[in-house]
Design a protein around this ligand. Structure first.
Ligand code: HEC
Ligand code: HEC
Length: 388
């Protein structure tokens, strides 16, 4: 049996999933399927995974030359040592400029039906072109400097020739974005303690507190209505948009004016990507910025909860520091602090939950069991022996 499982893993990790599993990293229990708990990975027909393309995408993802001051790559804000986030409330781009939003993890982003907190891009290919030319991220005026580098650098020349059989003027941003997206599709991670318990039949994988937390998640907390768990897999996201009372509360009285001003700017050709990432108040309009629909005001995409213990702080604005603060916000019925006024556009699914302190702790313990095995490794001790 164990042999058979190993065989299955070997096949998975070298063919269908590209380099989904990094074979250089030894795992504690290699007989467990690292993709346990995940559905089949959607791969666009015109951008199949190959190991060479993934490697090229990884190089592009880490190349700081594609920024106005030579200091910013995708990995600045999506750092592999921080579960592909930056662990900051809002991200820092070139020359220390800050944006308005928290960097989500790229792990498992390939499963979302749209990209960004407001879903303004349809897929990873389209998403990857934005950061280079965003004024508070890489800050380039256009994509030309990138094309200049990938067309002339000998290593890139050889790699693009090998992967796409293109070079010179035929090499475009489409190729660059396809390679980056391919790399991102290799950042797939299941096999958390929860997966081993729920899908793998290992009843000892969750301790008693985590099991109680799972019950709260499914029942009294109603978390599962948006952070979904299906019969044979769990993405912990419905890929839909909800207003759960984050950020918008602070601009509540200003919303009619803000919404109007935003629509006017958009109709005059304003770029949504730039507007929402450079103006804090516009950012809070949420999904409305994409759909112009008033019932999308303050609504954001349900993020996955996989590896959530590693990706603090939380929410689109990074305003909640700990998982406990998140649960208290929900327990209050969509407000922090408890006596704040609920916003007009709050999702109907958000109501006070009446959880006890013990249930709140149980729910937090459950979310800590959603860390995938390959990211669960203890970090090397920081200098001076202290670690956070
Ligand atoms: C300056 C920091 C910064 C840089 C550089 C950056 N990102 Fe991001 N990334 C963010 C932030 C902040 C968001 C959320 C923005 C939003 O939703 O409006 C984000 C969102 C994303 C998402 C969407 C994930 C989801 O859950 O919807 C992906 C994928 C992503 N980035 C990949 C990349 C790639 C690829 C690059 C390089 C081309 C890159 N990022 C460069 C900060 C950064
Ligand atoms: C009505 C849908 C809905 C319900 C119910 C819901 N969530 Fe969420 N959750 C969301 C959305 C949407 C966000 C992002 C909101 C934002 O940033 O403005 C979110 C964000 C989070 C985050 C932060 C994720 C991150 O990457 O920053 C955590 C943790 C979380 N929810 C846990 C829970 C728990 C625990 C429950 C049950 C008590 C729950 N959620 C119930 C929709 C929901």
């Amino acid at each position: 049996m164990r042999r058979l499982l190993l065989l299955v893993i070997t096949v998975f990790s070298t063919t269908a999933w590209g380099q989904a599993v990094d074979s250089r990293q030894p795992t504690a229990s290699a007989q467990v399927n690292p993709l346990l708990g995940l559905p089949p990975l959607p791969i666009p027909a015109d951008n199949p995974q190959t190991p060479a393309k993934i490697a090229l995408g990884e190089k592009l993802f880490h190349d700081k030359r594609f920024s106005i001051d030579g200091t910013v790559s995708c990995a600045n804000c999506h750092d592999g040592n921080k579960a592909f986030t930056d662990n900051l409330p809002v991200s820092v781009g070139h020359h220390g400029l800050t944006g308005t939003r928290n960097a989500p993890t790229v792990i498992n982003a390939a499963f979302y039906k749209s990209q960004f907190w407001d879903g303004r891009e349809p897929d990873l290919e389209a998403q990857s072109k934005g950061p280079f030319v965003n004024p508070v991220e890489a800050g380039l005026a256009n994509h030309e400097p990138i094309l200049q580098i990938v067309r002339t650098d000998p290593d890139y020349h050889a790699a693009f020739k090998g992967v796409f059989n293109v070079g010179g003027d035929k090499l475009t941003m489409e190729h660059v974005s396809k390679a980056i997206a391919s790399f991102e599709r290799s950042l797939i991670a299941g096999n958390s303690a929860f997966d081993r318990f729920y899908f793998g039949g290992d009843k000892s994988a969750l301790n008693e507190q985590q099991q109680r937390g799972l019950q709260v998640f499914l029942e009294q907390g109603r978390c599962v209505s948006c952070h979904t768990i299906e019969q044979d897999h769990a993405l912990f996201s419905d890929s839909r948009f909800h207003n759960i009372g984050i950020g918008i509360n602070a601009v509540q009285d200003d919303v009619p004016r803000l919404a109007q001003a935003f629509l006017e700017a958009k109709n005059k050709g304003g770029d949504v990507d730039k507007m929402v990432l450079t103006d804090k108040k516009s950012s809070e309009l949420g999904r409305f910025a994409v759909t112009d629909a008033f019932n999308d005001l303050g609504a954001f995409k349900t993020p996955t909860l996989r590896n959530i213990a590693l990706t603090a702080p939380y929410m689109h604005d990074g305003s909640l520091k700990t998982l406990k603060e998140v649960v208290v916000h929900y327990n209050n019925g969509g407000v922090t602090p408890a006596d704040a006024i609920v916003n007009d556009f709050l999702s109907g699914g958000i109501r006070p939950l009446n959880l006890s302190d013990a249930q709140i702790d149980d729910l937090v313990a459950f979310m800590e069991a959603l860390t995938s095995e390959q990211y669960a490794k203890p970090k090397p001790a920081a200098k001076g022996g202290s670690h956070e």
